[in-house]
Write a protein that binds this ligand. Structure first.
Ligand SMILES: NC(=O)C[C@H](N)C(=O)O
Length: 331
């Protein structure tokens, strides 16, 4: 039987990082090792797939821009259309893995497996996690059973949905969790599936990377106690098409901010309420604030950074508040 053909698109991150010493698990430089060296370091990949690598970027993921998302998305889409590609792996930094993976989940039309993988420790560190994570990611990407499940994030033996998963801690290999649970597990290169994503994605998505030319500016304003209107007004002035309110609790809005957000929305800027609670928010319409009356949008369970991605993709096609709210329920 022929081995599956898997392309590894490398973008940098700690999985391509290097430290001065094996004890440097947290102090190191990300985005140092080229993709060919990453692949050569895991000869066992040849046992499970026919693998080739492409260096798309070489950056720490906190530096990625919307333009990078578009470049990567278009490359993934082109590769997914080819008969000689069965699956695609993207090596990535952990800081924005959840954003890039969710973006691809929304805009790439394919049923072929797309797997985003990262690591919490550089390859030079003791107990480095990148080797096994990458081996597992290639295994998942080359497996026909992984098809039609949306974009996947493989880390720490778990297979999570790109839509749900989030980086929950910045210091341990078990950093990535989904508030609604993992889709499956991967052990010794074998996948064990438990559930499917019920939200619209990939082939069932109304968004298409091949038609998106640019992403409108969407900013995130973080609100705790003693919040002021400075950031909101500055974002509006700078031309943001939507502001994600990263609020406490239910995406709650301080009394002093309410007239400010009403005023900003009157300028044509969408106000999207999300929550920055740690285990995953659940913001409902008209809970704490009368969204119907103010014509605001709620991000439901999407965290602020994922809400930014969905809002950017959606605003590229519509600025209708009702349509945008429908999109936030469906994706
Ligand atoms: N663990 C990591 O990958 C963190 C790094 N700052 C990155 O996102 O590129």
């Amino acid at each position: 039987q022929q081995k599956p053909q898997v392309v590894i698109l490398a973008t940098g991150g700690t999985i391509a990082g290097a430290g001065a010493d094996a004890t440097n698990s947290a102090t190191y430089q990300a985005a140092k090792v080229p993709v060919d060296k990453l692949i050569a370091g895991i000869p066992q990949l040849n046992d499970i797939a026919s693998v080739r690598g492409e260096q798309v970027f070489q950056v720490a993921s906190e530096s990625l821009r919307n333009e990078n998302l578009l470049t990567l998305g278009k490359r993934v889409s082109d590769l997914a259309k080819r008969d000689d590609v069965d699956g695609i792996v993207i090596t990535h930094g952990t800081d924005t893995t959840e954003e890039t993976a969710y973006f691809l989940n929304l805009v790439v039309h394919t049923d072929k497996p797309i797997v985003v993988v990262a690591s919490m420790r550089p390859g030079t560190a003791m107990s480095a996690d990148g080797t096994l994570n990458l081996f597992n990611a290639v295994s998942v990407a080359g497996n026909k059973e992984s098809r039609s499940r949306g974009v996947l994030v493989v880390m720490n033996d778990e297979i999570n949905s790109a839509r749900d998963v989030s980086k929950m801690i910045n210091i341990r290999p078990d950093a990535f969790k989904s508030p609604w649970g993992a889709l499956g597990m991967i052990v010794e290169g074998k996948s064990y599936w438990f559930r499917r994503l019920d939200k619209r994605h990939t082939n069932a998505s109304e968004f298409d990377i091949d038609k998106i030319k640019s992403l409108p500016l969407v900013e995130i304003a973080y609100a705790g106690g003693n919040v002021n209107d400075t950031a909101y007004r500055a974002f509006a002035q700078a031309g943001a098409k939507a502001i994600i309110h990263a609020g406490p609790g239910n995406g709650s809005v301080a009394g002093s901010l309410v007239p400010v957000l009403q005023d900003i929305h009157k300028q044509g800027i969408q106000i999207i309420r999300s929550s920055h609670v740690n285990a995953g928010g659940f913001v409902l319409r008209n809970a704490e604030q009368p969204d119907d009356k103010y014509d605001w949008i709620v991000a439901h369970d999407l965290n602020p950074q994922k809400a930014r991605i969905l809002a950017s993709v959606a605003l590229a096609t519509t600025n209708n508040t009702k349509e945008l709210q429908r999109i936030f329920w469906q994706y």
